[in-house]
Write a protein that binds this ligand. Sequence first.
Ligand code: AMP
Length: 580
Amino acid sequence: MTDEIVGIDLGTTNSEIALYRGGKPEILADAQGRKILPSVVGLSETGEILVGEDARNQWLLYPDRTVRSIKRRMGRDETVRLGEHEYTPQEISAIILKRLKETAEAQLGHTVHKAVITVPAYFSDTQRQATREAGQIAGLEVVRIINEPTAAALVYEAGQREGKRILVYDLGGGTFDVSVVRIEEGVVEVISSHGNNHLGGDDFDQKIVAHILEHLKLSQAVDVSDQPRAMARILRAAETAKKQLSDHPFARIEEEYLAEVEGRPVHLSMELSRHDYEVMIAPYVEETLQAIHTALRSADLTATQVEEILLVGGATRTPVIRRRLMEVFRHEPRGEVDADLCVAMGAAIQGAAIAGQEVSAVLVDVTPYTFGTSAISELDGQLYPNCFIPIIPRNTPIPVRKSDVFYTVLDNQSDVDVRIYQGEERDAQQNIEVGQFRVEGLSKAPAGNEVTLDLALDRDGILHVTAREKKTGLERQIRIDQAVPRYDAAGLQQARERIGSLFGAGEDATVLESVAVSGDAEIVALLDKAGAKLDDVDAEDRQEMIDLMEAIHDAQSTGDRSAVEHARNQLADLLFYLET
Ligand code: AMP
């Protein structure tokens, strides 16, 4: 297909490439299955060009042979040095784009010529032009440059008719942007945008790195900050711990033989709690909230006038960010589409729309309810024993696994009762209890003994719950089938009516329902197919289809199998005729 247009997110930290095919945007992975390419270019010891992971890995060891964050220099009249040579920012960006192009071509089995590339909303004309040139150097025709928040809005809202005001909160590795956009009839307009070009997940890593160095100083009286190899390992460990803390209350940081100081080997072994981590990054999170207020003010809007908040950028997986946004906006931010990949997907949607394809918003399989437990906490200013403590928030893509920590309230408390709820009410008793169990035999300890609760929800809606005494590893598990309920009979009926009415055939929907309940799968499938076709055929065929559908219904209700067979065959023939 020559008219294929790929979408590219050329990011400060990471880049991705996507294509809209089979009715949805798909990220194109490299031969190793990697969907994210670090936006880092380097030169190996043997003079070979490195792009992505390999370049990123050598950055701390050979900074003079590695270029990161080139996006920050786009549009400037300057060059960067890579080994012996000087390169313009466009050229370095082109190397990244070329790698993405090759990845796409290897995946698709043919060459890729055209692309939509995203840029931050605040990019000037010069910066946009430089991005265009980078594409051209890489051998791509850049059919359009679009704003990153526009791409994100398309992922969630493409194809929808109603107008909406959306706040896009984008926190990547090295940049933070917040934009207020309006989408109407598929057209996205950025109303205001604000941010900090030097704030992102990398700063969070640095906080953890500083904490680790401090820990080494205090516990072993060593300083490894002047040893690049040790620092590279610490940085990687810090990022891993940070990601772990997005889903779990504690992260272990272990690095054996990290360095040698005065002939002594240095091993790193420590634990970081989510709570301590959240305290470290709180000033950054608050800074992003300030930026939101500035963006809202420039758009002349208040928080209550924003209808959706979309989360973009890997760092938005940090739970405290979602929590703070909930507090400010009083409704849940949406982040069900992979935050790292969202912008590239939106660019691919835009590419498909330019190529003339019909496009729609991205649907992902999410949990429709929040799952959590109950604990003593504050409700309306008073201590209340049954506060609902969410663990897996509603709209989280499944499968998912998340855990949190709870504390015993009495000295030497030997048992805890664990209740699992599904729902959104702050009072757990107003939610649906889906399971409960007791953990017995906890060790003798003062109040505050830590018990972690781990919830894993699989694709089949089965919830696996594990409670574990942190100190001893004592564990108790249960499995809750149908945590995400399937339709019951009444729900099924309602869903059929709703779906039936979408085909503009209220009376026909009734036919579908009553027959479907009688349960002959083949007939149900045939009737579904007929129902879906009703609007695409002319009036005469439509009437004939309705007559046959009703004939099946009547024959089923009187139990006349041969009449059912007869009408069924006629309907099947008619559909066959209409399709050919
Ligand atoms: P992006 O530039 O959008 O790809 O975002 C990259 C940033 O997101 C990096 O700082 C990552 O460490 C960070 N990140 C990725 N996954 C997570 C996670 N699960 N929790 C917290 N931060 C994450």
